[in-house]
Write a protein that binds this ligand. Sequence first.
Ligand SMILES: O=P(O)(O)OC[C@H]1O[C@H](OP(=O)(O)OP(=O)(O)O)[C@H](O)[C@@H]1O
Ligand SMILES: O=c1cc[nH]c(=O)[nH]1
Ligand SMILES: [Mg+2]
Length: 209
Amino acid sequence: MAKVYVFDHPLIQHKLTYIRDKNTGTKEFRELVDEVATLMMFEITREMSLKEVMVETPVASAKAKVISGKKLAIIPILRAGIGMVDGILNLIPAAKVGHVGLYRDPQTLKPVEYYVKLPSDVHERELILVDPMLATGGSAIAAVDSLKTRGAKNIKFMCLIAAPEGVEEMKKAHPDVDIYIAGLDEKLSEQGYIIPGLGDAGDRLFGTK
Ligand SMILES: O=P(O)(O)OC[C@H]1O[C@H](OP(=O)(O)OP(=O)(O)O)[C@H](O)[C@@H]1O
Ligand SMILES: O=c1cc[nH]c(=O)[nH]1
Ligand SMILES: [Mg+2]
């Protein structure tokens, strides 16, 4: 069964409040999303495995540790997921980046896929799928379907804000994908917006409204 983590770190919660604020403009919104993505990634990487190596300090030889295990790829769901990529690359600069393009049809709320480009070794990598919003869950579920169809086996999903309805759907559809959330909200509106949420993440990131 998928594990669901809600990050209660004070810095994440503080920044998320300003991301939600309707008076936060595009420039600051973008910067805050970037910063929260870095902080969330810092928490997620706590689980990374280490191996021992020897290092020569100016004083002596020492047993020390470096990261081992699977290499990472970050997969933003276009468009809004792009806002989280640089913040993650700050910590893992060598990660590859794949893209899954999806939009949610405004009438049916069903996801429509329009673009997929992934690293060729996607089946060997640990994938961090990112999107600021998990609302009905349709987009994240479709993105994971798309990744699995292309051979992905090891996927985590990271979002800023989730609705309980979306979390349940995602757990049902993909019990092998753990979910990392900064804010777990109350519910979905009839139009499929997260309440209280932050509005339309893509529009706020790119200033398209
Ligand atoms: O859980 P769901 O109900 O599927 O909703 C969440 C999706 O909706 C938003 O994307 P949108 O369709 O607005 O596309 P955009 O990122 O291009 O703005 C958001 O970034 C998610 O991808
Ligand atoms: O509240 C929501 C729901 C879906 N997509 C968004 O950008 N915001
Ligand atoms: Mg949008």
